[in-house]
Write a protein that binds this ligand. Sequence first.
Ligand SMILES: Nc1ncnc2c1ncn2[C@@H]1O[C@H](COP(=O)(O)OP(=O)(O)OP(=O)(O)O)[C@@H](O)[C@H]1O
Ligand SMILES: [Mg+2]
Length: 259
Amino acid sequence: MTTALSIVNSPLVSLRNVGKTFDSGTVALAGLNLDIREGEFVSLLGPSGCGKSTALRIVAGLGTATEGSVAWAGGAAGDIGFVFQEPTLMPWADVAANVRLPLKLAHADPAAADQAVAQALARVALSDFAHSYPRELSGGMEMRVSIARALVTEPQLLLLDEPFAALDEITRFRLNNDLLAVWQELRRTVVFVTHSVFESVYLSQRIVVMTPRPGRVFTEIAIDAPFPRDERFRTSAGYAGYCRTVSDALGAAMAGAAA
Ligand SMILES: Nc1ncnc2c1ncn2[C@@H]1O[C@H](COP(=O)(O)OP(=O)(O)OP(=O)(O)O)[C@@H](O)[C@H]1O
Ligand SMILES: [Mg+2]
């Protein structure tokens, strides 16, 4: 049901024939065609170095394509929240000030900003830690702060670059659930980069499997399981089946490149 919906939804961002060659001569992306559809949860899955971060940065406008085009529905780029692999918090500022940063940079009205910060912290269950400092937080809590900071402007598009890769499994599972809850509540578009087959299947409506460098789309797999997803899904035969399918696709993408 959800998958069928995501297929009919119109693209929010369309990458056409996108290529990226760095000044060093490294060709990171070549012929990348990707539609990011309004409201969907899509993962980019691929081996280390295949260009996932490069692609995400191009969507975010943090990097430019050297070939092809990136087009937004309606013409202009929408508001973006970006979550990096490292939480990248300001160590000298407390949690609330870290989350407030995007609003401060945008010169938001202070009272409205207070409210938005409180709401973003509540969404990631950190209301009680507003006045703590990053050094007082666990790795999982730091990542929650980073997610709250990305959500505080209620962006149209949330981009996450392997946000949970450094966390232990239990924390990662919990943050996976929290992220899905936020997505379901806000109904924004999420692009999630990972190299974990298991994580991509658990979270996504659609998985885009990339080839090794230069990265492009090898295949796409719809994960047609309902939301909310929970531990029952994680231990189901359906989940295991999808993991096998996606793992096989990733293997084929690697083999194709080696041939
Ligand atoms: N600023 C840069 N200058 C030169 N080469 C770069 C730069 N950034 C990335 N690359 C190269 O481009 C390729 C793709 O890098 P990218 O970081 O996009 O991969 P990735 O899929 O995100 O990998 P990982 O899963 O390890 O994060 C790599 O070969 C990398 O060395
Ligand atoms: Mg990367």
